[in-house]
Design a protein around this ligand. Structure first.
Ligand code: ZN
Length: 66
């Protein structure tokens, strides 16, 4: 599953294959099967990135059938 993110570090958008998406039942935040890797900054946490508009619709689509 590819999701479009914006990195808070370098302010650039990038597509990242985050593997499978799940939802953490405790925090209700998404869990990714693979780390988020910014092509410029390396590994990022979910707090280091923003979801672009495209990323949001990709996430909605991916979590719709969970
Ligand atoms: Zn970056």
């Amino acid at each position: 599953m590819e999701i479009n993110f914006e990195c808070k570090g370098c302010q650039k958008e990038f597509d990242c294959d985050i593997g499978t998406i799940g939802i953490n039942n405790q925090t209700m935040r998404p869990n990714f099967g693979k780390p988020i890797i910014c092509p410029r900054c390396g590994e990022r946490t979910i707090d280091d990135v923003l979801l672009t508009e495209l990323g949001q619709s990709q996430m909605t689509e991916a979590t719709m059938y969970l």
